[in-house]
Design a protein around this ligand. Structure first.
Ligand code: ADP
Ligand code: MG
Length: 242
């Protein structure tokens, strides 16, 4: 579903991604972890063409991102992205947040978009909140709306960038539960997260990044195994978290 080959990126003289390669199969759940500043967000954003890079190639569902014929807006609509700060439109209701891009980008009718919106609001347990504005919801609820909004676009893959990092602790589980449900239903997912309990339970594979490089790429079972085969830096990182 996703294939990243030899991707390198520089900001001036600073190399933020160093020869990164990784692939994600359909239905696979990949967790990316690593210290702050290691390039996780930058790598994730290369997948939907939000970050340009100087070397390498990224293919999403058979489409090469550097193909000049690629319609990036269209491609992005098929890659769901959920960020740390739930970027809902504050002046729109929950339902309007869900229908806007469906109508504008996918050309669905309002009725069709709303029907789809209801399905995913039900899915994230927020059907009764459809007429509220984001500010009337808790952080966890807002993040679940952001997930529902992404799902409305029929994504082929969902990207999560620390979706629970800015939430109060009691709201983390409700968001991780929605993500685990998606994974169980076979969604292809890349999740940047420090929630190692989630990674252990839900991820098929774990990638560890440091200083722009992928140092580890292993099945979750192997990565988390007692005395598992990990890079020394991943070891140190895990020991600090646990
Ligand atoms: P992570 O998500 O792992 O915390 P990021 O991908 O956000 O890391 O950032 C990786 C590195 O790139 C950091 O050192 C950050 O300061 C640097 N960086 C990110 N964006 C820019 C930018 N626009 N210009 C210069 N440096 C940047
Ligand atoms: Mg980041």
């Amino acid at each position: 579903m996703i294939d990243i080959q030899g991707v390198s990126k520089w900001y001036g003289a600073f190399q933020v991604l160093n020869d990164c390669a990784l692939s994600v199969r359909r239905g696979e759940v990949l967790v990316i972890c690593g210290p702050s500043g290691s390039g996780k967000s930058t790598l994730l954003k290369t997948v939907n063409g939000l970050e340009a890079f100087q070397q390498g190639a990224v293919t999403v569902d058979g489409v090469r991102l550097d193909d000049p014929r690629v319609d990036l807006t269209r491609l992005r609509s098929r890659v769901g992205m959920v960020f740390q700060h739930f970027e809902l439109f504050p002046h729109l209701t929950v339902m309007q947040n869900l229908t806007l891009a469906q109508v504008k980008v996918l050309g669905r009718s309002q009725a069709e978009a709303q029907a789809r919106g209801l399905i995913y609001l039900e899915r994230v347990g927020l059907i009764d909140h459809r007429d509220k504005r984001p500010a009337q919801l808790s952080g966890g609820q807002q993040q679940r709306v952001a997930i529902a909004r992404a799902l409305c676009m029929d994504p082929v893959v969902m990207l999560f960038d620390e979706p629970t990092s800015s939430l109060d602790p009691e709201m983390v589980a409700e968001v991780l539960d929605v993500m685990a449900g998606l994974a169980a239903d076979g969604m292809t997912m890349i999740c940047v997260t420090h929630e190692m309990g989630f990674a252990r339970r839900v991820a098929d594979r774990v990638v560890f990044m440091d200083e722009g490089r992928i140092l580890d790429d292993a099945p979750a079972k192997v990565f988390f195994a007692e005395g598992g085969v990990r890079s020394p830096r991943a070891d140190a990182f895990l020991n600090r978290l646990l």
